[in-house]
Ligand binder design. Structure first.
Ligand code: 2NL
Length: 345
């Protein structure tokens, strides 16, 4: 009687274990058949009614069944774990040979590229880079630069006034005046200042009411015109290449005396004369000169003891020459067909 019940229990348990579909079910089956309150334990509780001969035989049978069930439960558990792991691996497979998602890369704006190139060249010659406000006092923008209120040069560069005394700077020189003041007459001064400047021009292919300027300034004892020329030649050769000719010709600025402009042999015709250089063979690249003594004095420097040179260039102009851009408005309209051509710059 007891034997039949045990054999039936074993058969039922084996079938249930083999049919288990997941680990949770298997865990419940282990409790159901082998647990403290499980069915095998329940059957064994009736052992007391057995005869002394039967008891060890049934006891051994019950133990064998327990061991068998434990073994097949363990085997099934291992098999289910393995299947679960395989399913997960299959599910989470990553195809490392798939192409990546391309990230759209921007590019450095040609004006930024030129500013960085110019900065690096002058940093290499011991210059510092300074920046300052775009909204300026009339005094820093004009007065300190030897352009008093009645100076004709003030009409030359019609300005955006905010009040009678405050305007959008028409050049970056006010930054240099402020730097000189801050240095309180100390030398050497070797600086360049890049930045936006504003002039009341009508926009066309070569003019913009807002453009970018880089000015440079050196003040020290014994600074000379030859040092200015050498510095500008070293700059221009690094900027445009060794295979160009450069020349200086006299010019006029209120804040320098003497003043000059620097030309480069036309990179289109090589000096033969063409539409770009207006048949002259030369392209103007910057203006420069020896700092006017009035400017040094107004900034707190003794013009008897110190001399200086200064120069200024339009960044758009340099970029147009360097990259062959024929319309200044390309720098501001952000046409991607234009900007994409500067991805390697
Ligand atoms: C040009 C010419 C120039 C300067 C800028 C300067 C600054 C100080 C003193 C004296 Cl603080 N001069 N700047 C000098 C000569 C020329 O710019 O064509 N700019 C676009």
């Amino acid at each position: 009687m007891m034997r039949e019940r045990l054999e039936a229990l074993k058969a039922e348990a084996e079938q249930a274990i083999q049919g288990a579909k997941d680990l949770e079910t298997l865990k419940q089956l282990r409790v159901k058949y082998l647990g403290k309150k499980g069915e095998l334990t329940a059957v064994l509780r009736g052992m007391g009614e057995l005869s002394a001969e039967e008891r060890p035989v049934i006891g051994k049978l019950a133990n064998d069944i327990r061991q068998t069930l434990e073994r097949i439960l363990d085997e099934k558990e291992t098999a289910l774990e393995k299947a679960a792991m395989e399913a997960r691996l299959k599910e989470e497979t990553i195809d490392v040979t798939l192409p990546g998602v391309p990230r759209p890369l921007g590019s450095i704006h040609p004006l930024t590229a030129v500013i960085q190139q110019v900065e690096n060249i002058f940093i290499g010659m011991g210059f510092e880079v300074a920046e300052g406000p775009e909204v300026e006092k009339d005094w820093y923008n004009f007065e300190a630069l030897n352009m008093p209120k009645d100076h004709p040069a003030r009409d030359m560069q019609d300005s955006f006034y905010i009040t009678r005394e405050i305007l959008l700077r028409t050049q970056t020189s006010p930054v240099q005046v402020r730097t000189l003041q801050a240095k309180e007459g100390k030398v050497p001064v070797r600086m360049i200042c890049p930045g936006k400047v504003y002039r009341r021009d009508d926009d066309d292919a070569t003019h913009s009411h807002q453009f970018t300027q880089i000015e440079g300034l050196v003040v020290d004892r014994g600074v000379s015109m030859s040092e200015l020329k050498g510095t500008l030649l070293a700059f221009a050769k690094q900027m445009f290449g060794e295979d160009h000719e450069f020349r200086f010709r006299p010019s006029y600025f209120p804040f320098t005396e003497p003043s000059m402009e620097m030309d480069m042999s036309c990179m289109i015709c090589g000096g033969e004369g063409c539409r770009i250089c207006k048949e002259t063979g030369w392209i103007e690249i910057l203006g420069a000169g020896m700092v006017h003594p009035n400017v040094l004095e107004k900034s707190g420097y003794n013009a008897e003891r110190y001399t200086g040179f200064a120069f200024g260039m339009g960044v758009e102009r340099i970029a147009m020459i360097k990259y062959g851009i024929d319309d200044i408005r390309h720098f501001y309209t952000n046409d991607l067909r234009v900007l994409r051509q500067f991805q390697s710059v």
